[in-house]
Write a protein that binds this ligand. Structure first.
Ligand code: ADP
Ligand code: MG
Ligand code: MG
Length: 874
C-alpha cells in the first residue's frame, strides 16, 4: 500500500522530493532533537494523485490523514475540537523547491465558536483566543474559499478607526470577537453557507486548498521563471501551533545565519512581539532587529543562537529560519537553505570553503547560475553617485541599480513596460498578486516592510533591485503620488534606486558596465578548473567580441555577418548588392562591401587573440534589408542608374509569403555564389593579415554555411569557398589552415547528418531555427499563443528559451551520433539562444558537445553551468 502521509518523526532531509523542502526539514530538525511542534506531512505524490483524481482527495489518502491526526493527538496530548484541551494546527504548503509566498498557509485551524469560548476562559487570555479565531476565519476564507483578503483588511481598518487605534495589537478581546463575527457574516454573504465548525472538515478543505494553490497563477509564473516542473506537486504539512500572539512574552521571527543581501556572517533577521508568523513578512507592523530579541527573551535567544549554529553546521549552508517564542519558550517552525542575492551567494560559497565546510566543487555547485545575471548588469557610475545627494533612504533589500519612471500599481508596471518604458514600482508594500508587475519593473520601492518583507524576498529571488521600508515617504496611492524630502513625485517622474545602500535619488543616475572581480572571479576560476566544455560567444562586432573576452569567452561560436551591414554607409552598398540585376552589378556592389567585411573580421581576430572564430555566411531573407522609405529608394535608384519604378519592382519581387522558410541561408549562396566568394575572400584575407602580425597566434578560420538541409547544398557552396580560399592563400605565400562547417538547424540536416558530416569539419546546432522548424511555429509569432499553452499545461516553458530536450534534443543526439560516426574529427557546438540557459547547457554537456556559444553577458552563466554539469557527471 502506498504511503501518503509521514509523521515528522518518520522523515528526514533526504526525502525532499516526497515531503517537500519544508516537510523534509521539519523532520530533519525533529531528528536533530530541536524544539519543533509535531505533526505530519502529506506527500507531494498525494498532491499529484489529487490532480489525477480530478481534484479530489481519494479515500486511501483521507484514511491515512485521519490516522495521522489520531497519532498527532496522542503525541501532543491535545484533541481536535476538544473543549478543554483543543488541538490547533497550521496547514502549510511546501514544495520540493522553495517558492516563498507563492502558495498558501492557514494557521489556528481547529477553532470554532465553542472551542474559542472555552479557550478564552481556560487560558485567561481571551484576547489571544479571539485573535487566533479571527485570523483563522480570515485565512481560511481567503485561501479555501478565495473570498479575497481585501474585505477582511478593510474590516480591520474600520475597527481600528472606530477604536481610534493605529496597530492591530491595540485591539481588545472584545474588538477581536466583534471582528470574528463580522468575518463570519462576510463569509456567509459571499459563500452562502455557514463557516465550517467541524475541525476535520476544516482540515480536509484546507489540505485541498493547499493542493489547489500549486496551480494558482502566481505559482505558475514563479515556476516558469525558476525552472520548477509542474509535475512535482506540493506537500502539505499539518503542524501543531506554537503561539507567538499570547502576550508580550511571546513573539515570532525570521532569521538568517548570514546576511542574504551581502553574505556577511552573523545573525540577521527580524522579530515581532505578540504576533503570529505572517505578520513579520506582511509588514503589518515594523519589526525589530533580531538582536533586540536578546533583551526581550534572553533564554530563548541563547537557545536560538545554538540552534542556528547546529543547523548551519548540519546543512553546511546559510539557513533561513522561522521560529516562534511562546511564553519565553522557543519553537522552530522552518529551516531552509536561504535565498540570497548573487553577491551573497558568491561570498557565502567562498567563505564556506575558507571555513572548511565546503570543497571548491561544492562551492561551484552551490551557486544558481541564473543569479549571476544581476551582477553582469550595469551598476551605477560611482563618480556620478558620489556627487548625487540621496533624497531618502530605505533598506537595501535587493542589490542593483534601477532607474525608471514611477508607477504605483503592478498593473501599471506591466502596461508601461509593454510600451517599452523602464519603470520603478512604488508601493506601500507588495503582495503576492503583484508578482508580474514586479517582474516588469527595473526596481521596487516600498514604504513598509523590512528585509524579509514580501517585496524584499521576491525581488531578491528575481534579481530585481529593491529598496524596502522607506518610512519617510508620504504615500498617496489613490492619487498616484508620493512625497519624499519635500518633493512630490507623480506617475511618470524619474527616480533611481540603489538596492545596495537603500538610497533613493531623483532623476536618472548613469550606469557603467560590470566587471568580474573578487569572489566572482574566484568562483569563475574554480568553474574553469572543473569545466570540460568550452564556452564561446555569439558576437557580430569587435566591441561585442571584446566585451565577451573580458567576460571570459574562449572563442566566437557565431558571428552573424549580416549584422555587420546595419551601419548607414554599409547598408547602401548592401542594398545595391540585393537589388542588382546582373552578376556584374552584384559583383560591383560586393567589391564595395568586401573591405568593410575584411576590416571587421580583422578586428574580430585581433580581439580574440588566436582563439577560434566561427564566421557564418549570409543567412537572412534579403527583403529584410531593402529600403522602405521613398527617399532611400530614390537614393538606391540613383546609385544604380535605375528608375525608382525598377527598384520598386525588384523589391516587390523579393516579397516572400514565409520568409523564415524562404530564400535565405545557403540558398542565397546557391543562387548567388559570388556572395560566398566575397565573404570567403574577406575571411581569408583578414586571417592572413592578422596572422602576419601575430605569427604566434593560432589563426584558423572556421567558415560556417547556414541552413543546410541536404549534403549537396553544402558541397555546392563549399566548392566556391574552397576554390576562393585556396587561391587567396596561394597568392599570399603564407600557410593557413581553415575549416568549413555547417549549422545543423533544419530537421533534415539532423536526419542526414552522416552524409553531411563527410563534407563538414564541424557542426554547430542553430537551435533557434531548429526549434522553430521542429515545432513548426516561429519564434516571432509564438508569443501570441504560448500563454494559452502554458495555461493549458501543454508546454511549461518557452522552447526558444529552454531547449526542448525531448524533441529538439533527440534530433541533436541523432545528428551527433550519425555525424561522429561518419567523421570522427568532427567538432560540435551550439549557438542558439539556449547556449546560455543553465539547464540547456547541462544537457549539451551530457551530449558531449565541444562548446556552447551564447551572448557575451551570458558567458559567465554558461561557464558556471558547464562546470556544474561536469561536477554532477562525475
Ligand atoms: P511560507 O512558506 O509562505 O513561509 P509557512 O507555511 O511557512 O508559509 O507559514 C506562514 C507563517 O506562519 C510563517 O511565518 C510560519 O512561521 C507561521 N507558522 C506556520 N506554522 C506555524 C505553527 N505551527 N505555529 C506557529 N506559526 C506557524
Ligand atoms: Mg515559511
Ligand atoms: Mg539559423
Amino acid at each position: 500500500m502506498a504511503k501518503w502521509v509521514y509523521m515528522f518523526t518518520e522523515g528526514n532531509a533526504t526525502m525532499r522530493n516526497l515531503l517537500g523542502g519544508k516537510g523534509a526539514n521539519l523532520a530533519e530538525m525533529t531528528n536533530l532533537g530541536l524544539p519543533v511542534p509535531q505533526g505530519f506531512t502529506v506527500t507531494t505524490e498525494a498532491c499529484t494523485q489529487y490532480y489525477e483524481d480530478g481534484r479530489q482527495i481519494n479515500d486511501e489518502i483521507m484514511k491515512q490523514i485521519l490516522e495521522a491526526i489520531d497519532q498527532m493527538e496522542v503525541i501532543t496530548g491535545k484533541k481536535f475540537g476538544d473543549k478543554t484541551n483543543p488541538l490547533l494546527v497550521s496547514v502549510r504548503s511546501g514544495a520540493r523547491a522553495s517558492m516563498p509566498g507563492m502558495m498558501d498557509t492557514i494557521l489556528n485551524l481547529g477553532l470554532n465558536e465553542e472551542v474559542v469560548e472555552t479557550l478564552a476562559c481556560a487560558s485567561g487570555n481571551p484576547r489571544w483566543a479571539w485573535d487566533c479565531y479571527r485570523r483563522f476565519i480570515q485565512m481560511f476564507s481567503d485561501v479555501v474559499m478565495e473570498v479575497g483578503k481585501k474585505y477582511f483588511e478593510e474590516l480591520i481598518d474600520q475597527m481600528k478607526a472606530k477604536r481610534g487605534v493605529k496597530l492591530d495589537v491595540e485591539l481588545t478581546a472584545d474588538d477581536l470577537k466583534e471582528l470574528a463575527g463580522q468575518f463570519k457574516a462576510e463569509y456567509k454573504e459571499k459563500i452562502g453557507t455557514d463557516f465550517p465548525t467541524d475541525p476535520k472538515e476544516q482540515l480536509t478543505e484546507a489540505i485541498k486548498a493547499v493542493f489547489r494553490s500549486w496551480d494558482n497563477p502566481r505559482a505558475n509564473v514563479y515556476r516558469r521563471d525558476n525552472d520548477i516542473p509542474y509535475s512535482w506537486g506540493t506537500a502539505v504539512n499539518v503542524q501543531m501551533m506554537a503561539f507567538g500572539n499570547m502576550g508580550d512574552d511571546c513573539g515570532t521571527g525570521v532569521a538568517f545565519t548570514r546576511d542574504p543581501a551581502t553574505g556577511e556572517k552573523g545573525l540577521f533577521g527580524e522579530f515581532l512581539t505578540n504576533a503570529q508568523g505572517e505578520d513579520v513578512v506582511a509588514g503589518v507592523r515594523t519589526p525589530m532587529q533580531i538582536t533586540e530579541m536578546e533583551r526581550k527573551f534572553p533564554e530563548a535567544f541563547i537557545e536560538f543562537k545554538n540552534v542556528c549554529k547546529t543547523l548551519e553546521k548540519h546543512y553546511r549552508d546559510m539557513q533561513d529560519m522561522e521560529f516562534t517564542v511562546e511564553h519565553g519558550k522557543l519553537y522552530m517552525l522552518q529551516t531552509r537553505n536561504g535565498k540570497r542575492t548573487a553577491q551573497a551567494a558568491l561570498k557565502i560559497a567562498c567563505d564556506l570553503v575558507d571555513e572548511g565546510m565546503r570543497t571548491e566543487e561544492e562551492a561551484v555547485a552551490m551557486i544558481d547560475p541564473r543569479n549571476l545575471d544581476t551582477l553582469l548588469h550595469p551598476q551605477f557610475d560611482q563618480k556620478v553617485l558620489k556627487r548625487a545627494t540621496a533624497l531618502g533612504k530605505g533598506i537595501g533589500a535587493s542589490p542593483g541599480a534601477a532607474c525608471g519612471k514611477v508607477v504605483f500599481s503592478a498593473e501599471d508596471a506591466v502596461e508601461w513596460a509593454k510600451r517599452g518604458e523602464k519603470v520603478v514600482l512604488v508601493r506601500l508594500e507588495t503582495s503576492p498578486e503583484d508578482i508580474t508587475g514586479m517582474k516588469s519593473a527595473q526596481g521596487i520601492l516600498t514604504v513598509r516592510g523590512g528585509t524579509t518583507s514580501h517585496a524584499a524576498v521576491v525581488a531578491r529571488g528575481m534579481g530585481t533591485c529593491c529598496v524596502s521600508g522607506c518610512g519617510d515617504i508620504a504615500m498617496d496611492e489613490e492619487n498616484k503620488k508620493f512625497t519624499l524630502a519635500a518633493k512630490t513625485f507623480h506617475e511618470g517622474d524619474a527616480i533611481s534606486l540603489d538596492g545596495t545602500t537603500g538610497n533613493i535619488y531623483e532623476g536618472i543616475i548613469p550606469t557603467v558596465d560590470a566587471t568580474i572581480t573578487g569572489e566572482f572571479e574566484k568562483i569563475m576560476n574554480w568553474a574553469d578548473k572543473y569545466r570540460t566544455m568550452k564556452v564561446r560567444t555569439n558576437a557580430d562586432t569587435p566591441a561585442d567580441a571584446k566585451k565577451a573576452v573580458e567576460l571570459g569567452a574562449e572563442g566566437i561560436g557565431l558571428c552573424r555577418t549580416e549584422h555587420m551591414f546595419f551601419d548607414e554607409n554599409r547598408i547602401a552598398a548592401f542594398r545595391e548588392m540585393i537589388c542588382a540585376d546582373t552578376v556584374e552589378e552584384r559583383e560591383a556592389a560586393l567589391d564595395k562591401i568586401l573591405p568593410y567585411q575584411q576590416g571587421d573580421f580583422e578586428a574580430l581576430y585581433e580581439a580574440l587573440e588566436g582563439n577560434p572564430v566561427t564566421i557564418r555566411f549570409l543567412d537572412p531573407p534579403l527583403h529584410e534589408f531593402v529600403p522602405t522609405e521613398e527617399e532611400d529608394i530614390k537614393k538606391l535608384a540613383d546609385a544604380q542608374g535605375k528608375t525608382v519604378e525598377q527598384i520598386k519592382n525588384i523589391i516587390a519581387s523579393l516579397h516572400e509569403f514565409n520568409p523564415m522558410m524562404g530564400h535565405r541561408g545557403c540558398r542565397l549562396a546557391v543562387t548567388y555564389p559570388e556572395i560566398a566568394k566575397m565573404q570567403t575572400k574577406a575571411v581569408i584575407r583578414a586571417a592572413i593579415k592578422v596572422k602576419k602580425n601575430h605569427p604566434d597566434w593560432n589563426i584558423k578560420p572556421e567558415i560556417m554555411i547556414p541552413l543546410v538541409g541536404e549534403v549537396k547544398e553544402l558541397k555546392y557552396v563549399k566548392k566556391f569557398v574552397v576554390e576562393t580560399a585556396d587561391a587567396e592563400i596561394a597568392a599570399s605565400g603564407i600557410e593557413l589552415e581553415y575549416e568549413v562547417g555547417t549549422m545543423i538547424e533544419i530537421p533534415r540536416a539532423a536526419l542526414t547528418a552522416d552524409e553531411i558530416a563527410k563534407e563538414a569539419d564541424f557542426f554547430c546546432f542553430g537551435t533557434n531555427d531548429l526549434t522553430q522548424m521542429t515545432f513548426g511555429f516561429s519564434r516571432d509569432d509564438a508569443g501570441k499563443f504560448l500563454d494559452a499553452y502554458y495555461d493549458a499545461k501543454i508546454y511549461e516553458n518557452d522552447p526558444f528559451a529552454k531547449l526542448d530536450q525531448k524533441g529538439v534534443g533527440k534530433l541533436m543526439e541523432m545528428a551527433i551520433a550519425l555525424g561522429k560516426e561518419a567523421n570522427p574529427n568532427l567538432h560540435i557546438g551550439i549557438c542558439g539562444e539556449h547556449g546560455g540557459d543553465p539547464s540547456s547547457v547541462e544537457f549539451c554537456n551530457e551530449l558531449g558537445l565541444n562548446y556552447v556559444s551564447c551572448s557575451p553577458f551570458r558567458v559567465p552563466i554558461a561557464k558556471l553551468s558547464a562546470a556544474q554539469a561536469a561536477i554532477n557527471q562525475r
